[in-house]
Structure formats: C-alpha cells, structure tokens
Design a protein. Structure first.
Length: 403
C-alpha cells in the first residue's frame, strides 16, 4: 500500500549500505517496518527478517511478508469456493514467485468475496462513507458496503476457526490494499477529498499481496524503544518517522480495517471513533520519535541505538527531519565503539550516502486539500521544492582487536 516514507525505491541501496556495514548474511531487523517492503525484500534475498512497528495495519503486512509460508489452501472454506471460477491471473501479478496453480484457491476465494457476497451496511458505511451522519467521504457507499460484507465474512470464518492465521492475515492485507486503491484521498488518510476522485468510483478489486519466498521471519507490533534489546540481529535497519506527522493519525482507516476482522463485532471500535475524520484514539501511544518537544526525539533515538544488539546498522533519515546529521553521526559513532577499549583513535567505520529523492507529497499536485489551501514546503538550501535528500548511514560495530 502507499505508505508515507516507504523505501520501495531504495531497496538495493539499503542492501549495499548493509554490506558496507559488514553484513554478509544472517538475520536482519527492520525496526520501523511500515509497509513491510524492506523486510519483504531482505526475505526474498534469502535472509531471516524480524521486524516491528507500532501500527496494527503494518503488523498485517509484516505477517504476510515475513511469516507466510506460501499461498494458502483455504481448505476450511472449500464449500464456498469449490464450484467457482478462479479470477484472472492479473490478481496475482504482484506475487510472481509462485505458480498460478498454487494460487487457485485464493483466486476462487476472492471471486466469492468480491462477487457473491451481498453488500452490508457496517462500520465503514456508517463512519467512512457519506451514508453516515458525519458525511465522511473516504469510501464510496458502494465500496464501503462491499468491504463491510467482506470484513464480516472474514470475522465469521475466524470465529468459526474455518481459516488459519496466515489465511486470515493474507485476507486482511488484501482488503487494506483494495481499500487503499479506492480511497478518496490524495496521499495519507489525514483528510478525505470533498469531490470524488476517479479511483474512488472504481469498484473494489481484491488482489494478492506481493508474497515472497524465503526463510520464515517474525512480525511484531511493539514499540521499538521497548523491544530493541530483544531484536538480536546481524544487521539493524532503522527507518524512523522523521517529522511530527504521527502515523496513527494519518493511517487510521487502514488501521480500523485491519482491526475489525479481529473484533467480535463492529461496536467496540465504532464507539471510539471521533472527530472530523473518524480517528481512533492515538495520543496515548504517540511516537516520541515524532516529537519536537525538547530533546524527546533525540533521547528516544539515542536510547534505541545505544542498546541495539546488532553487528551493523543502516539508518535512513531525511535531511528535513527533526534530528540533525551531527546528532545521528554522534549516536552511531558512540554505539560503534561502545564495547571497545579506545586507547587510540579508532578507524572511522561510518559511511554516509546522500540520495536525492522526490518529495512524498500527500497533496499530490501540491495544492489539493479539504480546505482548498495549498501546502507550502521549505526545501533545504540549494534544493528545489520537490527535491529532498535522504541520508543513508552505514556503520559497523568495532571489535576490540581493531583498535
Ligand atoms: C518512515 S516509516 C517506515 C517506512 C518503512 N521502512 C517502509 O518502507 O514502508 C516509519 C514507521 O515507524 C513507525 N513507528 C513510529 N514510532 C515507532 C516506535 N516507537 N516503534 C515502532 N514503530 C514506530 C511508524 O508507524 C511508521 O510505520
């Protein structure tokens, strides 16, 4: 799915940076997994990946990309799909490394979910479509009704133990992705658009997530600050948020969609939604890495890095972020030499790459928003409005004998 700050265009660079940080095999930890793209990439290259993120919708993607052994058989719900035609191979376009025969049950299951289920008026219709009193325009009433029906069906299959965990997570990522493609937004879910975009009027279409083959990994929904000591790895990839935009406030609809099939009804979640955009309460779990208050962000990151049980670290950050380049370099250098008895100047092992990057513009053309106001950017000195540089630091832990 579209995820603010996703590194889909930097995967090879990250691997290269990892090699510069001394990584040649073993376990990779993706500490701020987001869309799960980085973990999926490392798994596809044959590495074991462990990962975490604060968001539940991220957990769904991590589960599928790291823990799913292959296309599921959906045996427990065979009655529903046995006599149906599989949908076209375009629905498994993203998951190329498996043959289409193994995807046949999935292609029939999505035929059932997409075309055989009657629409239902559930939470998404009431809270995120104009059918509800709040008139929120994230989803067309038609797509919201289809999604509500699919969510209820997955929930019932789970409650009746007709699908196993990998099957459930796979279906959940399918609906998050399908909803994302028809969402009436211009980047993140921080606001919906007043007028319907063409994509929002398209009918909902379920497709397979980009499953890869590789060693089984481990997905988590834990705060990086709390779990860092347990994330033992050969390479730690750190890609924290870099500004004040909290992901929970910008991806609440995918979060709600990922949670609903795990609830016994819509009621528990529906009663919590509030505000103009139907947010889930998030302030209690706000990330300190998004804070500009005092040294909160720097302290949190320093605490993560100082305790990281890794052999090498690759750290991504934007030059426009809360932390300065000097602050990051200092944290990484201190980590690198922490266990070494430094009597003479150690050889510097830190490498910094700067990668020019096109700015992620949640307002697409730079001027669409609910209020009609334009968002102005303050580019770094010497950069155009659309250009931002991404830093990629690579550093390895110095061993005692090296000094
Ligand atoms: C820049 S994004 C990561 C993008 C990811 N690398 C990708 O390719 O999609 C930062 C992520 O950090 C997560 N996050 C923020 N604070 C966190 C924390 N304290 N612990 C774990 N995850 C956190 C956010 O939910 C968000 O998904």
């Amino acid at each position: 799915m579209r995820w603010l700050g996703n590194k889909v265009q930097l995967l090879e660079e990250i691997l290269l940076a990892g090699e510069r940080a001394g990584f040649s095999g073993g376990t990779v930890c993706d500490l701020f997994a987001g869309s799960g793209t980085v973990g999926r990439f490392f798994r596809s290259r044959g590495y074991k990946v462990i990962s975490t993120d604060l968001m539940h919708c991220s957990l769904a993607f991590q589960k599928v990309f790291l823990e799913c052994p292959g296309p599921p058989s959906f045996e427990g719900i065979r009655d529903h799909w046995d006599n149906l035609e599989p949908l076209g191979a375009d629905r498994i376009r993203n998951a190329q490394s498996f043959d289409s025969v193994t995807w046949e049950p999935f292609l029939k299951v999505i035929h059932f979910l997409e075309q055989e289920l009657p629409s239902r008026e559930g939470l998404l219709c009431r809270q995120f479509s104009p059918q509800g009193a709040a008139d929120r325009r994230y989803l067309s009433p038609d797509n919201a009704g289809r999604l509500d029906a699919i969510i209820e069906t997955i929930r019932n299959w789970r409650l009746q133990k007709k699908i196993n965990e990998p099957e459930m997570w796979l279906l959940i990522t399918c609906i998050i992705d399908a909803a994302d493609r028809v969402a009436n937004i211009s980047g993140t879910y921080g606001a919906y658009l007043k007028n319907w975009q063409q994509n929002a009027l398209n009918p909902l279409k379920l497709t397979a997530p980009a499953l890869v083959q590789g060693p089984l990994g481990q997905a988590n929904r834990l705060d990086a600050i709390d779990c860092i000591e347990e994330m033992e790895c050969d390479l730690l990839y750190i890609d924290p948020p870099y500004n004040q935009r909290q992901y929970a406030a910008n991806y609440h609809l995918p979060e709600v969609i990922s949670l609903l099939p795990l609830e016994d009804s819509d009621a528990g979640i529906e009663s919590q939604l509030y505000g103009k955009t139907g947010l889930l309460p998030w302030k209690d779990s706000a990330s300190s890495l998004c804070s500009r208050r005092g040294t909160e962000c720097r302290d949190a990151m320093a605490s993560i890095i100082s305790r990281a049980p890794a052999q090498g670290i690759v750290f991504s950050y934007s030059e426009e972020g809360i932390l300065t380049r000097g602050e990051i370099e200092q944290m990484l250098e201190q980590w690198s030499v922490a266990d070494v008895d430094v009597e003479r100047e150690c050889e510097k092992e830190q490498i910094l790459h700067e990668i020019p990057y096109r700015r992620f513009r949640s307002d697409k053309e730079g001027r669409v928003s609910r209020t009609g106001s334009s968002r102005s950017f303050h580019p770094a000195r010497g950069r155009s409005e659309d250009e931002v540089h991404e830093w990629l630091f690579a550093i390895k832990k110095l061993q005692e004998e090296r000094c």
